[in-house]
Write a protein of this length. Structure first.
Length: 191
């Protein structure tokens, strides 16, 4: 069987299909139990074709993370955000389906950090989200905010989700809601 030659458009479509299929498998089974064979079978390509796209399963997972982060950024429209819309966005950012860290356990995080450290580092992503939030709020409606503080709030929320097993589970949602409310107040409540 000859290898499939992908044109740019079909290559992008195939990658996006692999991202979605791989993501769904990771959500269901975690990183360790998601095999390249499962991803390729779900996508309808040969295992060797997978390696024409990605150097390793870990790099694939990293690219899935980048892809899902782009999906989250795309959720922010050019419309002005009000308090309620921003709160819904931050809740979705933290707990929503596009946040892969909701589906990883501690062992997955350790393995990913060892093999692809950039997969667990998100400073530039957090900065981008913080600036996008500020740019989508009418300047008359918000405080003169430091994007780095907003980025830290986002990072704190991400760390809480990624390390939920180390936190008091019975009050985790309440704690996260308090952090989100504090972020909203920081942005909107005039001091």
């Amino acid at each position: 069987m000859s290898p499939i030659i992908f044109k740019n458009e079909s290559r992008d479509r195939a990658k996006n299909t692999m991202y979605e299929n791989g993501y769904n498998l990771i959500k269901k089974h975690g990183i360790k139990k998601t095999l390249v064979e499962d991803i390729t079978k779900a996508t309808g390509i040969a295992k060797g074709t997978f390696y024409n796209f990605f150097t390793s399963k870990e790099m694939f997972i990293y690219e899935v993370i980048v892809y899902k982060r782009k999906c989250i950024k795309d959720m922010l429209s050019d419309d002005n955000l009000d308090k309620e819309t921003l709160k819904k966005f931050v809740i979705d950012l933290t707990f929503g389906d596009n946040n892969i860290y909701n589906y990883l356990d501690d062992d997955d995080m350790i393995a990913l950090e060892l093999k692809v450290p950039e997969a667990t580092s998100s400073k530039s992503y957090d900065k981008d989200i913080a600036l996008m939030i500020l740019n989508n709020i009418d300047i008359k409606e918000r405080n003169n905010c430091d994007y780095k503080i907003i980025a830290n709030y986002i990072k704190i929320l991400s760390l809480a989700v990624a390390n939920k097993s180390k936190l008091n589970d019975e009050v985790l949602n309440q704690t996260i809601n308090l952090i989100i409310d504090s972020l909203i107040n920081y942005i909107f409540i005039k001091v």
